[in-house]
Design a protein around this ligand. Structure first.
Ligand SMILES: Cc1cc2nc3c(=O)[nH]c(=O)nc-3n(C[C@H](O)[C@H](O)[C@H](O)COP(=O)(O)O)c2cc1C
Length: 338
């Protein structure tokens, strides 16, 4: 399915998160109703050198469609060739990362540095578009810093180059992950351009995701950290979007969540990492529930995978979705590649 068509059926997209939205996690989120999913960022240079680790990042399964492979780099030709590899591997679209604030990436002119050099960005867009037949999307920040918030200009260039959508993380590069995403600005951009826009930033509940989608007029929204504390956020958001005024789904489908994650990890994660991943996710999922800190202590002390699963089943069996307190004021994963 074309990614734009998927948005019409379900506008809640899984944001790319390096080290998190890997093969296993994307399959897991897709089963819990995420719409389009995007891989972690993949280095175009890494693809050029065909490094095994880099190629692995591009693996996906059929359940993830439509799935995009996110690339970063600064050279139009290298990015073009990397996009061809993504296309050959069957990706539904290629997403270009113009939001990464990490100094190592920015220093080379890649990631959010492209926001400071729009002629260079235009060349990259033309290079990649010319290299592949599949759709090309981009993910940006609102601008480089407060004095250079140029998302509108970026969107116009993207539209001119035939890009399919622009996803906007509502912070400047200079802001990092501090403060709040500026949804007023995202709405302003949406109102002034014709290219489809995905809004992104701080959608920590299904209610917020649906409200921001409506208020901003965006064509879709991307949810990143929100699904780490609430893995059912996509299902809840889709339910509320399709049934305006509907109550939240009260039951946490904990069996589906924990067993589903476990199955995905077993299938796609190296055996030595399954245990730690399960503990990490279960600890995040417990955020805001009564007894969460005690549960976290217990789970990180567990000696076997069986014990981890048992502790998790015991804990989540007793909680109701409505008992989860809002912990969005607490700092949580304040760094990333976009
Ligand atoms: C741990 C982490 C890793 C990230 N990695 C990427 C990435 O690889 N590519 C990208 O475009 N954005 C990346 N991001 C940014 C997210 O996609 C998203 O724009 C940002 O977290 C704001 O959305 P949220 O508040 O819903 O999390 C990452 C964010 C985090 C927290």
């Amino acid at each position: 399915m074309h990614p734009l068509e998927a948005l019409q059926q379900n506008p809640f997209v899984l944001a790319p998160m390096a080290g998190i939205t890997d093969h296993a996690f994307r399959t897991f989120m897709k089963a819990l109703d995420a719409s389009v999913v995007v891989t972690e960022l993949v280095s175009a240079h890494g693809i050029e050198y065909a490094s095994e680790r880099t190629l692995q990042l591009m693996n996906f399964d059929e359940t993830q469609r439509p799935v995009g492979i996110q690339l970063f780099g600064e050279d139009p030709e290298i990015l073009g060739r990397a996009a061809q590899v993504a296309e050959q591997r069957g990706a539904d679209f290629v997403d270009l990362n113009f939001g990464c604030p990490v100094p190592k990436v920015v220093k080379k002119g890649a990631g959010s540095a492209m926001l400071k050099d729009l002629p260079a960005m235009k060349k990259v867009l033309a290079g990649v578009k010319g290299a592949v037949k599949i759709p090309v999307t981009i993910k940006i920040r609102t601008g480089w810093d407060a004095s250079l918030r140029n998302a509108i200009e970026v969107c116009r260039i993207a539209e001119g180059e035939g890009i399919t959508w622009v996803a906007i993380h509502g912070r400047t590069r200079a802001q990092g992950y501090a403060g709040l995403a500026d949804w007023d600005y995202i709405a302003e951009v949406k109102s002034q351009v014709n290219i489809p826009i995905l809004g992104n930033g701080d959608l920590t509940s299904a209610k917020k995701a649906v409200a921001r989608l409506k208020q901003s007029g965006c064509d879709g929204v991307m949810i990143g950290r929100g699904c780490l504390k609430n893995p059912t956020i996509f299902r809840q958001a889709l339910h509320q979007w399709k049934n305006p005024g509907a109550e939240t789904l009260a039951e946490l489908p904990y069996l589906e969540v924990l067993s589903g994650l476990h199955q995905c990890l077993e299938k796609y994660t190296p055996p030595n990492l399954i245990g730690i991943q399960m503990k990490k996710f279960a600890a995040w999922f417990s955020s805001g529930y009564p007894g969460a800190s005690q549960f976290r202590k217990q789970i990180f002390q567990s000696k076997s995978h069986e014990e981890t699963m048992e502790l998790a089943f015991q804990f989540f069996e007793t909680v109701s979705v409505n008992a989860q307190q809002d912990t969005s004021h607490e700092e949580f994963l304040m760094g990333g590649h976009g």
